[in-house]
Design a protein around this ligand. Structure first.
Ligand SMILES: [Fe+2]
Length: 269
């Protein structure tokens, strides 16, 4: 029986109607199907855990990497920043879900690599310093919730650097073709479809630009931008697989459902 590796991201299950759509559409076609979930399930541990539990009960294997929303916390919460990431990962692992902290599985001859690389404000106007670029974005009214719900607790650029080092060390031990999975896009070309280029400050890092080539990716699966699109760059297909918020998915979901492109079929064996 054929089996398919499917992918979704940005389920945002706390948004009205989103969980119903997940229940209805994120289902395997065959018993052996796997599912990638590329971040932004929700902000609270409970919703993250319940959603992963539901999906893991449906698919033979779920591969998951957190997005920025999983890292959100308030002062009154018990875990923040890296501790919040660790709590989310531990919850996923208890369910048998594979994370960026687990051995990389293989599917149809490809190593699936869930990454968690964050951003470091390097996708900016090259004439500006990070501080100046962030100030200019704020002046235009462009501010991400990350600045209030992650940045007060963690130096994100520093964390990004640690994650790049960790990922490179593990990736360099992988042989053969890969499927790279990350919440944030890996290449700056993904920003071409975004209206406000300043969003790039919180959306990736220039240090992953060559990874799809260097680590022999067949496919790159990402989310974050809530702009579902597929593009090719040097023989690698990059696909944004987000569900997104109601106002976004009302437009972007029906055409994908019609063509059976959501969940997105990454590869069939
Ligand atoms: Fe999102």
């Amino acid at each position: 029986m054929p089996r398919t590796l499917w992918a979704v991201s940005d389920l945002h299950v706390r948004a009205p109607g989103n969980l119903d759509l997940v229940r209805e559409h994120v289902r395997p076609t065959n018993a052996g199907d796997w599912l990638i979930v590329a971040g932004d399930i929700a902000e609270d541990l409970d919703s993250i855990e319940r959603t992963l539990g539901l999906l893991q009960s449906r698919f033979a294997q779920v591969i998951y990497t957190p997005g920025n929303h999983e890292l959100f916390s308030r002062t009154s919460d018990t875990v923040h920043g890296r501790a919040k990431y660790d709590a989310v990962i531990a919850a996923a692992q208890r369910l048998g879900v594979l994370t960026p902290e687990d051995p990389y599985p293989t599917f149809a001859g490809r190593t699936i690599v869930p990454l968690f690389t964050l951003y470091d404000h390097s996708w900016r106007d090259s004439l500006m310093t990070p501080t100046a670029a962030l100030a200019a974005a704020r002046d235009k009214g462009i501010v991400l919730m990350d600045d209030l719900a992650i940045a007060p607790y963690e130096d994100i650029a520093m964390w990004c650097r640690d994650r790049l080092r960790y990922s490179v060390r593990r990736l360099s031990a992988v042989r053969g073709p890969t499927i790279l999975v990350n919440h944030w896009p890996l290449v700056r070309e993904a920003m071409q479809n975004v209206r406000h280029q300043e969003i790039g400050l919180w959306s990736g890092t220039r240090h992953t630009q060559q990874w799809p080539q260097r680590y022999r990716a067949d496919a790159v699966v990402y989310g974050h931008l809530h702009i579902p699109v597929e593009f090719s760059l040097g023989n690698v297909t990059h696909t944004e697989v987000s569900l997104g918020y109601p106002r976004e998915r009302k437009v972007s979901l029906p055409p994908r459902l019609e063509k059976n492109l959501w969940p997105y079929p990454v590869v069939t064996e």
